[in-house]
Design a protein around this ligand. Sequence first.
Ligand code: OGA
Ligand code: MN
Length: 209
Amino acid sequence: MSAGFITHLVEYGWARQAIFLDADLTLALAAECQGLNDQNLLRIAKTGRVTKPDMQMGLQPKIQNQAKTEAQLRSDQISWLSIGQSLACDQYLLLMESLRQQLNRDLFLGLDDYESHFAFYAPGAFYAQHRDRFQDDDRRTISVVIYLNQDWQTEQGGALRLHLNDSKPLDIAPEASSMVLFLSATMLHEVLPATRDRLSLAGWFRRRL
Ligand code: OGA
Ligand code: MN
C-alpha cells in the first residue's frame, strides 16, 4: 500500500485504492460469491449484537429508543470466510494479512485479527446508515470493503455512501478490484440500492481485547 493511501486514511478517516486485487483474483472471488448465491448458501445478514445507539438515531431520528429490526436495517446476504475454503479466498486472506502487518507497522494499531464475509446485494437490497463497531465489543478498528463488479455504471446505483464530517456525503461506486478502508468506530456509512446484483467482500481488522 502506498504511503499516500495510509496518509489519506489517517487524515480523512477513509481511503480508496482503485486497483487492489488483480483481475484474475477478482474474477475468481466474484465467481465464488456468485456460486454461493446460486447454491443458496448465502444467509440473511445479521449484526447479531447491540449496535451503537446513534446508528438507530440516524435511521429514525423521531423515535430514538425504538431499534429497527434487522430487515429494516439491511437486506444483503452473506457468507463468512474461513481459511482453506478455496484458493481464491486464501490468496485474498494472505493479502489482507500483509495489509494488517503494514497497518501495524505504520500506524501502531495493534491489529491482531481479520474477519471477512462475502456480501451479495440483490437488486434493491441496501444497508441503512450505520457504524461498524459494536456497542458491546470495540475490537473492530479498520473496516474494509472490496468490490467484485465488472463494468459498474454510476446509474446502476449501489454506491457506498460515506457521511463525512464537515462535508457532503461521498458516494463510491462498487467497481471491480477496488478497495475502500475506513475507521470502524467513527465512519457513518450506508449502501444504496442498485439495479443489478452487487458483490463484495467486507472485512474488519480487529484489535486485541
Ligand atoms: C458493511 C458495509 C459497505 C459496502 O458490510 O458493514 O457497510 O459498500 N458494507 O458494501
Ligand atoms: Mn458497514
